[in-house]
Write a protein that binds this ligand. Structure first.
Ligand code: APR
Length: 311
């Protein structure tokens, strides 16, 4: 089998960490792409990572570039291009700037990487991934957004700390849009099979949900820019499931056309990712509160998509 090829569009904080993880896992050769003004950064990080391989023992090519033709034959493209938040900004404040960037990237991906599985990370996520699908014309199965794994990881961490248990024993899912109206699904949240409501009081659960919703902003406030280790790990988990046909069931921003009653929208839902991309949107039963939250979150995403269409 030929070596797999990953294109990381955006060689900033998340792009760099993605390259580091993808190289260590030897997912394939890594092309770290940025605009011509930043190609030195992309090339410098790439050289550093190839040298790192000679210490750690991995052996893949890591190549910094601003030339789209280098990306021909890409299996997976992960898009982090755009500007991140500064303290006090919401993800939605990035819409105007990042929309133009994502549109131009989509035009190039469509021509140079027509067979790629595209994972969008740029914010505001649900609007950016919708734009990517629209501008490439790719099927929904081949264009997906990273948010749910990250939001769920944050939720799981806070639940584990509260309960005083290992993080790996907590399973939780956050669905809906990647914004303030995201939907932590308490009815399926368990600590090694035990429903979380038996172990954590309602008051504390509400505080944890509020912290989860605000957790991206909490990081931005602390370090002046947005998170990158956990976002990169989440996107790598998705890429890996596609490349190795792992069929992981993961919360991701997926294209919905009828599922959960939504049409022509991207939202966080449980999906199965395998060799064909998003192979299945998994429909789960939600309680009345969760259903109402999902509707509210969907309305917020719809507003952003409509705002994008006007820009
Ligand atoms: N093509 C390729 N790269 C681009 C383009 C473009 N048209 N426009 C901007 N970039 C690059 C920037 O030059 C920069 O190197 O995207 C990179 C973004 O990196 P950072 O500023 O470090 O941002 P990062 O923290 O990686 O976040 C990227 O992901 O989670 C979201 O909100 C976050 O939208 C932000 C994105």
């Amino acid at each position: 089998m030929a070596r797999r090829k990953l294109a990381l569009i955006g060689a900033g904080n998340i792009g760099g960490e993605l390259a580091a993880q993808a190289a260590r896992l030897e997912l394939g050769d890594v092309y770290l792409f940025d605009i011509p003004d930043k190609v030195g950064v992309a090339q410098g990080k790439s050289l550093d990572l190839e040298q790192n391989g000679s210490i750690l023992g991995y052996d893949v090519r890591v190549i910094g570039t601003s030339n789209w033709e280098d990306l021909v034959g890409t299996d997976v493209a992960i898009v982090t291009a755009g500007v991140p938040r500064k303290p006090g900004m919401t993800r939605d404040d990035l819409l105007g700037i990042n929309l133009k960037i994502v549109r131009s990237i989509a035009e190039n991906l469509k021509v140079q990487c027509p067979d790629a599985f595209i994972i969008v990370v740029s914010n505001p996520l649900d609007a950016m991934v919708h734009e990517m699908k629209k501008a490439t014309g790719f099927p929904g199965a081949k264009v997906v957004g990273m948010a749910g794994i990250l939001d769920s990881a944050r939720f799981q961490l806070f639940l584990a700390r509260e309960a005083g248990v290992a993080v790996k024993d907590v399973r939780a899912m956050v669905l809906g849009g990647h914004g303030d109206a995201m939907v932590p699904v308490l009815s399926y949240c368990t600590i090694n099979g035990i429903p979380v409501r038996q172990l954590i009081t309602q008051d504390r659960l509400e505080a944890i949900i509020a912290r989860t919703r605000n957790s991206g902003a909490e990081v931005v406030k602390l370090m002046g820019s947005s998170a990158y280790y956990a976002p990169a790990s989440a996107a790598v988990q998705m890429a890996r499931s596609y490349l190795y046909d792992e069929k992981r069931l993961l919360p991701c921003a997926a294209y919905l056309n009828g599922e959960y009653g939504f049409h022509d929208i991207y939202m966080g839902v449980p999906v199965v990712i395998g060799a064909s991309g998003v192979e299945k949107v998994v429909i789960i039963e939600l309680d009345a509160t969760e259903k109402a939250m999902l509707q509210q979150s969907g309305a917020a995403v719809r507003e952003l998509i409509e705002a994008s269409a006007r820009l």
